[in-house]
Ligand binder design. Structure first.
Ligand code: AMP
Length: 115
């Protein structure tokens, strides 16, 4: 059992607006959306960061996470205009929740460089 916020959401102890669930991955809307579409695509397995995601054994999981991003982008109708996928990693990467996740952001024009 872990205190991780995303583990609590996955176990159903904290509410979230799920947009996808399968045996390896869940996706839910970010509680503080930074764009009209802001979905978090999250591994069910508690992996703190992408640097803890050893290869090749997690290759299939990473592929599936990207496939889920593509599927949700299409469903949210942001696939044609474009969107952004972000994996914040570690302190300088701005990672607040230490549980592997991909931000799917879309529905507005994104700036570059990111903050
Ligand atoms: P990161 O900085 O990449 O670790 O992003 C963590 C994200 O999780 C932030 O965008 C938060 O707004 C989001 N978040 C934190 N708690 C919750 C929650 N209970 N439900 C949905 N999103 C959350």
């Amino acid at each position: 059992m872990t205190d991780c916020i995303f583990c609590k959401i996955i176990r159903g102890e904290l509410g979230a607006e799920f947009v996808h669930q399968d045996e390896d991955i869940v996706a839910f809307r970010d509680i503080q959306p930074q764009a009209p579409t802001h979905v978090l695509v999250v591994s069910r397995k508690h992996i703190p960061t992408i640097m803890d995601c050893e290869l090749p054994e997690n290759m299939e999981l990473l592929n599936k996470m990207l496939a889920v991003c593509r599927m949700i982008a299409k469903r949210e109708m942001i696939h044609e205009k474009g969107f952004r996928l972000v994996i914040n990693t570690g302190v300088e990467g701005g990672q607040l929740v230490k549980h592997l996740h991909i931000h799917l952001l879309g529905g507005r024009e994104m700036g570059w460089p990111p903050g």
